[in-house]
Design a protein around this ligand. Structure first.
Ligand SMILES: Cc1ncc(COP(=O)(O)O)c(C=O)c1O
Length: 276
């Protein structure tokens, strides 16, 4: 595997991050996961904007967008990847032990890519026994502080499921460990609003645009998921993935008609525009 780190393309074995990097020691950093279609990173502009927004919220510098794009293209070429996931990570850089950043320390920037296997047609989910804090300093930001997601995903996998869904502190539906959630209630498509504490997923935003005002962004109690007519996950790697079971109980349809329609509309979007 060839990776890009702070301006250099290197074999993975030779790439080095300082043991004092603030990303490593305290999870101080942000990231993006993109996927390629036909060898081209999809929705580059939106991912770059979100990376900048997450970094700005943490007070981190991000390298120039053109430099990052050249890095992503170089990594894809060097690894001869077609369908791939690309990950860009930007951390606070080397710092003394402790929570303060080193004054003037530049960010550490890493770009890696790996083959992407086709996603499963449906996912089973469980409700996580932990909440997302919609009032927290990191709410809605794509930071590398993902240990809570790692723990919740392991909780789901230990129960034979592929995703865990978080409620927020108000008991409302928030998001999954690596995806947003949509559900159909009494025939109406609904997804939690950003104020629920969810990440504003790029896929979520594109689906909302494809719905053209017919999807409601509103709070729903976490219990609504198990009573939905249908529900699905959205993310860069899952695209539109119908939810088959919630805590072991089957939803009426997976895929339901709304997921089927939106998955087709999303595929058409990808076919006509790689940077919508
Ligand atoms: C916590 C979380 N929510 C939602 C998403 C979906 O975002 P996107 O559609 O931009 O991939 C992700 C993606 O990784 C995520 O990590």
């Amino acid at each position: 595997m060839i990776v890009w780190i702070d301006g250099e393309l290197l074999p993975l074995e030779r790439a080095r991050v300082s043991p004092l990097d603030h990303g490593l020691t305290v999870g101080d950093g942000v990231f993006e996961t993109l996927r390629t279609y036909r060898g081209v990173p999809f929705a580059w502009r939106r991912h770059l904007e979100r990376l900048r927004a997450s970094a700005a919220a943490l007070g981190l510098d991000v390298p120039d967008g053109d430099e990052l794009r050249l890095a992503a293209d170089a990594v894809l070429r060097a690894n001869r990847l077609g369908d791939a996931r690309v990950r860009i990570t930007v951390t606070g850089g080397p710092a003394p032990p402790g929570s303060s950043r080193a004054p003037g320390a530049g960010p550490t920037t890493i770009v890696v890519a790996a083959p992407l296997a086709p996603g499963a047609p449906t996912a089973d989910v469980v409700i996580a026994p932990w909440t997302r804090n919609e009032h927290g300093a990191l709410a809605g930001l794509k930071t590398i502080s993902y240990a809570a997601n790692v723990r919740a995903l392991a909780y789901a996998q230990a129960r034979g499921a592929q995703e865990a869904i978080f409620a927020n502190t108000a008991g409302n539906l928030c998001e999954a460990t690596g995806s947003n959630v949509f559900l159909v209630l009494d025939g109406v498509l609904v997804t939690p609003p950003p104020s629920a504490g969810c990440l504003q997923g790029v896929t979520r935003a594109l689906l909302l645009e494809l719905c053209d005002g017919t999807c409601e962004e509103r709070d729903v109690p976490i219990g609504a998921l198990a009573t939905a007519d249908e529900a699905f996950l959205s993310s860069t790697t899952r695209e539109v993935q119908p939810i088959a079971h919630v805590d072991g109980v089957a939803l009426p349809a997976a895929p339901g008609p709304v997921a089927t329609r939106l998955a087709a509309a999303f595929a058409q979007l990808v076919a006509r525009d790689l940077d919508p």
